[in-house]
Design a protein around this ligand. Structure first.
Ligand code: IMP
Length: 206
């Protein structure tokens, strides 16, 4: 029997790797936007993570006709009133690199003492199929380190230490990060939903 297919609406290899690791375990054939180089990039014009995740999943579904999952993630620092939040990817400006964004975050938090460096990663994942749209949330609480630590992961991982751990995300191995991370938790909910609703990925017969 053919496995049901899900297309990850992202060209970010780190995200694709994390998402595939969890979804592929549920007997799903996982493709990504990297398999379809002609898919247009979707501009994140929403003002919430949920709007952006839904926008990406719906746009890529419309073009590809395949069941799509899209995630949008933000890092919220309490001392910065929840910034960078939905603007995490362009915190240091349009076209900013991971390193530019981390530098800007550390500079904004320069005089903030350790106790007040609480923060969280928040992920929203949208699943769009011909049966409709479903949304899954994942949150990981932690704090922003004063100095980057570790070389694994991506984005803000070197400066984020999840609560209850002595290492940053960038110092953890991928499977450990996936088990506790914002994206991992949202994906576990998506995975459970697909296990309980297998018809969701099957094409409706007309
Ligand atoms: P987006 O979901 O691609 O819009 O990501 C927003 C920003 O957060 C980007 O700069 C990412 O690099 C960063 N980001 C997303 N997920 C993670 C993560 O799991 N760890 C660290 N940074 C992340």
């Amino acid at each position: 029997m053919d496995h049901p297919v899900v297309l990850i609406a992202s060209k970010n290899p780190h995200k694709i790797e994390e998402m595939s690791a969890i979804l592929a375990g549920s007997g799903i054939r996982v493709l990504s936007a990297l398999d379809f180089p002609d898919l247009p990039d979707v501009e994140e014009t929403g003002v919430t993570l949920e709007e952006n995740a839904v926008l990406k999943a719906e746009s890529v579904f419309r073009v590809s006709g395949l069941a799509c999952v899209a995630d949008d993630t933000g890092l919220e620092a309490d001392a910065l009133n929840g910034e960078p939040g939905v603007y995490s990817a362009r915190y240091a400006g349009n076209g900013a690199t991971y390193s530019d964004n981390v530098k800007k975050l550390l500079s904004e938090l320069k005089n903030v003492p350790s106790d007040s460096r609480t923060a969280r990663f928040r992920t929203v994942i949208a699943l769009k199929t011909e049966r409709g749209i479903e949304v899954f949330h994942g949150v990981c609480e932690g704090r922003i380190l004063e100095v980057p630590a570790g070389t694994g992961g991506f984005g803000y991982d070197p400066v984020f230490r999840p609560d209850g751990y002595s290492e940053s995300f960038a110092q953890m191995d991928a499977s450990e990060k996936n088990r506790i991370s914002h994206r991992g938790l949202a994906l576990q909910k998506l995975s459970l939903f697909l296990t309980e609703n297998p018809e969701y990925l099957l094409k409706k017969s007309i």
